[in-house]
Design a protein around this ligand. Sequence first.
Ligand code: MG
Length: 158
Amino acid sequence: MSRIGIGHDTHRLAPGGPLRLGGVTIPFEQHLEGHSDADVLLHAVTDALLGAAALEDIGELFPNTDPANRGLDSARMLAVALAKVTAAGYRILNIDSVVFAEQPKLSPHKAAIRQRLAELLQIDIAQVGLKAKTGERVGPVGRQEAIMAQTVVLLTSA
Ligand code: MG
């Protein structure tokens, strides 16, 4: 049986780098704000995985009201989600994401992010798609106030 999942996340940009995105540290003059380490792409991936298996969402698993989650490494949240999906009897067929960011240009970092996602998800890099889009200078992304990410994942019975 196949199961599809979707994840979406937004985090606000704030002065001072570096930027944490997809489990990779990117030199940039802004960072993402959040209760955890605010890695917007890892959050979208985590929710896509959880959603595909119809499990709790990331906010239910890691409430931002819990001080234990402050500054939490998003790779840790993704590992928990992957373990739950695996325990539910699924494995990942492929994953595909879009990052919406006016700056920085992500093309120099795409290979590293895909490699890191593959490592975290224990799949091959060929199973990890990644695109980057700007906000065309309009809206919160285009005004460089926020970065958003969307992810779809396809699971199959292990
Ligand atoms: Mg988030």
